[in-house]
Design a binder for this molecule. Structure first.
Ligand SMILES: NC(=O)c1ccc[n+]([C@@H]2O[C@H](COP(=O)([O-])OP(=O)(O)OC[C@H]3O[C@@H](n4cnc5c(N)ncnc54)[C@H](OP(=O)(O)O)[C@@H]3O)[C@@H](O)[C@H]2O)c1
Length: 323
């Protein structure tokens, strides 16, 4: 079978595609014939050794998958060969057949495509956990989303609207803001040409209730300065590359909360809540309440283009890899 392999740490051009022997599933594992892989910003980091998880070389990137169960290891009771499944696998998805832990997989409801299912775990899972379990977003609250046209950003627009929030999409271009408005965002801020704090203040009566921040850098302090009394700032990631530092008097003066979100650890530490969240996302997707935009389908041979587009901030919604 063919696998995309990272054999030496570096940029996406160093990835190779090779024929390798398939692995056999061990205790609690299944083999899955991969139909689609969701790519994420962290795939651009993990192949360079710059992500918090550093797999042993060689490894395949690809942290979320959809496919069909082909073989079962011991002690797998909730799946059988032929089941269509999706889920978070951390890394290792970018191969024609992957061996993964069975307990992280969910059945794909009938009618939901592999490409949509493959992109639902990480970005949508992170966002539902952040908005529901961490920030407790309530209907009528104002939610500002940074990097709103990206993977987690599009999920935050869609889930924020389902939760009844007034959504302010914030992004670096008007083209991206048009995309966000088509996804359902109520307002837009172009932070390349507007001051983020002033623009958010102008769009919210007493400041924004919740900030969803996957970008970091200089934007974080400006967004915290736009928070309302009792506002919550969700720390999702640092796509801009710089981990910001904050004057804590801002947090004191607003009675604000800075809330860390570590979805990968949450799936391990709170597996029942994670499973309930995945069930909710799959139900919303099959009812048509979530309609994740697929930026482009990339073939295995195009992995460097896909990861390059993520690194260059070109991807709107999800980049999906297909064998
Ligand atoms: N905490 C968690 O559990 C968790 C889970 C999933 C993802 N994350 C993190 O969330 C972040 C976003 O992930 P994603 O998959 O949504 O990424 P993505 O699709 O690439 O979107 C990231 C967005 O960040 C903005 N950005 C600003 N500076 C950038 C730069 N130098 N390079 C790339 N993007 C830049 C871009 O929007 P503009 O051009 O509009 O600025 C881009 O659309 C990553 O840091 C990822 O590690 C965290």
């Amino acid at each position: 079978m063919r696998a995309i392999l990272c054999k030496t740490l570096g940029g996406p051009d160093g990835l190779t595609i090779e024929e390798i022997a398939p692995d056999l599933p061990g205790d609690g594992e299944v083999a899955v014939a991969i139909k689609a892989v969701g790519l994420n910003f962290f795939d651009t980091l993990i192949i360079q050794g710059k992500y918090q998880v550093k797999p042993e070389l060689p490894f395949s990137p690809g942290g979320e998958i959809a496919g069909v169960v082909t073989k079962l290891g011991r002690n797998v009771t909730h799946l059988k060969a032929g089941d269509r499944v999706m889920g978070y696998v951390g890394h290792g998805g970018a191969r024609e057949e992957a061996v993964v832990k069975a307990r992280g997989l969910s059945l794909i409801p009938e009618g939901l495509s592999d490409e949509i299912a493959a992109g639902l775990s990480i970005t949508y899972g992170t966002t539902l956990h952040a908005l529901k379990d961490r920030a407790h977003v309530k209907a009528g609250e104002t939610l500002a989303i940074l990097g709103a046209a990206g993977g987690v950003g599009q999920a935050a627009i869609e889930i924020g609207k389902i939760m009844g929030a007034k959504v302010i999409a914030c992004a670096s271009s008007d083209d991206k803001l048009d995309f966000c408005s088509r996804l359902g965002a109520d307002e837009g801020v172009n932070y390349d040409r507007q001051n983020l704090k002033d623009a958010l203040r102008a769009l919210s009566q007493d400041g924004v209730d919740v900030v969803y921040d996957p970008v970091g850098g200089d934007l974080t302090e400006l967004a915290v300065r736009a928070l309302s009394w009792n506002g919550r700032h969700l720390v999702i990631g640092f796509a801009q590359g710089e981990i910001p530092k904050l004057p804590l008097n801002l947090v004191l003066l607003k009675s604000a909360n800075i809330q860390g979100v570590f979805w990968g650890a949450h799936t391990e530490r709170e597996p029942e809540r994670h499973r309930a969240n995945m069930d909710q996302l799959l139900a919303w997707a099959s009812e048509g309440k979530l309609a994740p935009h697929v930026h482009r389908r990339y073939r295995f041979e195009e992995i460097a283009d896909a990861l390059g587009a993520l690194a260059r901030r070109e991807v709107k919604g999800k980049a999906i890899l297909v064998p």
